[in-house]
Write a new protein. Structure first.
Length: 317
């Protein structure tokens, strides 16, 4: 996690989500990439509003293969929040495991590990879900906007349209969406592969063939609270130290309000031995929604401040 940036409060337009509450589900089948019909069915759930959590990383799925998690553990078995990932996870093909292992060794040695977040780069999917404390959802007729708390990261999801036959690779790829009952389904392909292309803060790589399915749905507020606390306590038995990250408002303590659960499923045969899934649980955010500016700084110190700013050995003119 990078240092705290200058924060400019904005008035938050809070919309309390409503709709049926649901719990966790098993890993969904991916199926072929749709190039034809991608139409919504059923009523549209109200997911609009500001959502947040006080900790990062993916939660494990209810069943099936899960994401890379931390390799480092305390004596009591709880995880150590670090960039040292478990490179023995069976979802990793050998070349991917080697990348995660190299990053873990650097982290343990105290060497800085650059990632899109600490370098002010565009954040791919699902990396943004792994590293961002907050997200605002704006639902429109033809698109859904996902505005992440830090660094002005914005995703545009075109609704009820198919993927392009040959999408031009971009840093955030091509995302198309549809509603399936009470669930917003987002399908992303075509993400650019570059020096900071990764899925999580452990540096897990991906290839140009990666496809990511995200399923957003409202769940019972008490269940969302329970899942968030369990995830925090897996790393911090006394609770997360990252409250009000970047000046974000408090998580709404009212468990009668629905929470938001995002289930991601990643399929990348060039990188992983099997499709795998992870969860991210959000709850409504109160108070201000800050503007958090990321700026390159070649004079900082600490592991978060490793920079990839180009340098010239001699003047150009």
């Amino acid at each position: 996690m990078k240092p705290w940036w200058r924060v400019f409060p904005l008035v938050m337009l809070m919309a309390a989500p409503g709709g049926p509450a649901r719990g966790q589900a098993g890993t969904p089948a991916l199926g072929p990439v749709p190039t034809g019909n991608n139409q919504s069915s059923g009523p549209i759930p109200d997911l609009t509003g500001a959502w947040g959590h006080n900790f990062l990383l993916f939660e494990p799925p209810s069943a099936g293969p899960g994401p890379v998690v931390t390799k480092l553990r305390k004596r009591d078995g709880t995880g150590i929040f670090s960039a040292a990932g478990d490179y023995t996870n069976p979802i990793l093909k050998p070349q991917a495991a080697a990348v995660v292992k190299r990053n873990a060794e650097r982290e343990i040695d105290g060497a800085p590990i650059p990632n899109p977040h600490n370098q002010c780069w565009p954040e791919p999917t699902p990396f943004a879900l792994n590293i961002q404390f907050g997200m605002r959802i704006i639902q429109r007729k033809d698109e859904v906007l996902l505005l992440y708390l830090s660094d002005h990261q914005v995703r545009r999801v075109r609704m009820d349209v198919p993927h392009a036959a040959h999408p031009t690779p971009t840093w955030q790829g091509e995302s198309v969406g549809r509603y399936e009952g009470d669930t917003l389904v987002i399908d992303t392909i075509g993400q650019e592969v570059g020096p900071l292309s990764m899925i999580d803060r452990f540096g897990t790589p991906f290839s140009a063939a990666m496809r990511v399915i995200e399923r957003y749905r409202l769940i019972d507020g008490a269940l969302a609270q329970k899942l968030q606390l369990k995830h925090e306590h897996d790393y911090f038995p006394n609770g997360s130290p990252f409250r009000n990250a970047y000046g974000m408002g408090d998580i709404d303590p009212d468990a009668r309000k629905p929470g938001l659960q995002v289930e991601i499923t990643v399929d990348d045969p060039a990188t992983f031995t099997t499709p795998w899934s992870g969860l991210v649980t959000y709850r409504p955010v109160l108070g201000d929604w800050p503007e958090v500016v990321c700026a390159e700084n070649t004079q900082g110190s600490g592991s978060s401040w490793v920079v990839l700013v180009p340098r010239a050995d001699k003047p150009d003119f």
